[in-house]
Design a protein around this ligand. Structure first.
Ligand code: GTQ
Ligand code: FE2
Length: 359
């Protein structure tokens, strides 16, 4: 190194110190020292067997009782955890949890700016109450808790009920728009007849002429039998996803909620998808059957109840090896927000060579 270079380096160092005193940083140095590692989510899986056992244990923990909160186990992405992301999240944009509602128990009423979905995995005796209407929740049902809707859960049956919660909380937190408030009572009064919200949208085919189309999501319940029948009746699929349909917002015909898109997809016997990657991140839960996905070159075998994530821009393809049984995946993604920012991109890639495994 010449003395001249050495002098230049010293000079810049001294200059940068003066910039730091002004809370400033030179863009050229930021680009040049390009080995920064932004927190990156890893493709990952949380196994149903383990999460179910841990949920049951949480159900028996005394200390949680009466604390107005939820027996929910957040599934924390190890990539984000390692990078020091403060909120335990499954992807950069979504948090998800396995929640158990113990027999006879209520999860007290509250509301928050973050929107949530519940995807029921096991048990059929629980209800969620949303803005005065109660919804019975059974395995394979999807229930929406849109932003700022009052909600409490209850399980008057004698069997635990377990569901997957998914929230847009990391996105809401990014905007510093996260807040929450408790309802004055443990449970909210039921002020609407059963089926009220579904009736207000003519089961998805009609709209009340007195209602405004606002884009706001309703706290709807989508039944497993209806969603699965829709897939069975469908004959056109995607080369990347097999038979795939979105749970639509019936008032707009668009995405499930303003921030989250929920989909159900069927991999028919023997199906091996093509591979692609996209800017949206996806949380999956296995609804039926078994199979595998190759994500970023690593093979992940999955079966009923497993939750796994495909982070943004990770190449992925899905496989159903069974020649007799179909496989069904429920998924949730941040697609709506990416689309509204014109940031959604999708790219075809070659089918991947397997270089490792996940889980
Ligand atoms: O059930 O209301 O997993 O408020 C995280 C936050 C569940 C809920 C979660 C919540 C809930
Ligand atoms: Fe909540």
């Amino acid at each position: 190194m010449t003395t001249e270079n050495q002098a230049a380096i010293e000079q810049e160092k001294e200059y940068m110190e003066r910039l730091a005193k002004q809370d400033s940083y030179p863009l050229w140095a930021f680009h040049r020292d390009g080995d920064r590692h932004p927190p990156k989510a890893a493709p990952w899986v949380w196994r149903w067997k383990e999460m179910r056992e841990l949920a049951y244990e949480a159900g028996r923990l005394e200390r949680i009782k009466g604390q107005g909160y939820r027996r929910a186990l957040l599934m924390q992405n190890p990539g984000l955890k390692a990078a020091g992301m403060a909120t335990p999240s499954s992807t950069k944009t979504m948090s998800s949890a396995i929640q158990i509602v113990w027999p006879g128990e209520i999860a007290e009423a509250h509301r928050h700016t973050a929107a949530a979905i519940r995807w029921v995995i096991e048990g059929s005796g629980a209800f969620t109450v949303q803005d005065g209407e109660q919804f019975r929740m059974e395995p394979g049902d999807l229930n929406l808790t849109p932003s700022f809707v009052w909600h409490d859960h209850k399980n008057p049956s004698d069997e635990p009920v377990i569901w997957l919660d998914c929230l847009d909380a990391p996105m809401v937190g990014f905007f510093d728009a996260m807040f929450q408030e408790p309802f004055p009572e443990d449970v909210q009064p039921i002020t609407k007849p059963d089926g009220y919200s579904n009736a207000s949208i003519g089961n998805g085919l009609m709209r009340s002429v007195s209602s405004e189309v606002t884009g706001r999501a309703l706290p709807l319940n989508y039944k497993w039998a209806d969603a699965y029948a829709a897939l069975q009746a469908m004959n056109e699929g995607s080369r990347y996803d097999g038979i795939i349909m979105e749970y639509t917002n019936p008032t707009t015909g668009g995405h499930t909620m303003p921030t989250l898109a929920c989909k159900l997809q069927q991999l028919r016997p023997g199906f091996h998808s093509d591979a692609h990657k996209h800017t949206s991140s996806v949380v999956y839960n296995v609804a039926k059957g078994s199979g595998s996905s190759i994500i970023d070159g690593k093979k992940l075998d999955w079966g009923f109840g497993d939750t796994f994530v495909v982070p943004s821009m990770n190449a992925h393809e899905h496989i159903n090896d069974s020649m007799s049984e179909d496989a069904v995946l429920f998924s949730m993604s941040d697609l709506p927000l990416l689309e509204s920012m014109l940031l959604y991109q999708e790219h075809h890639v070659d089918r991947q060579e397997v270089t490792g495994t996940i889980g």
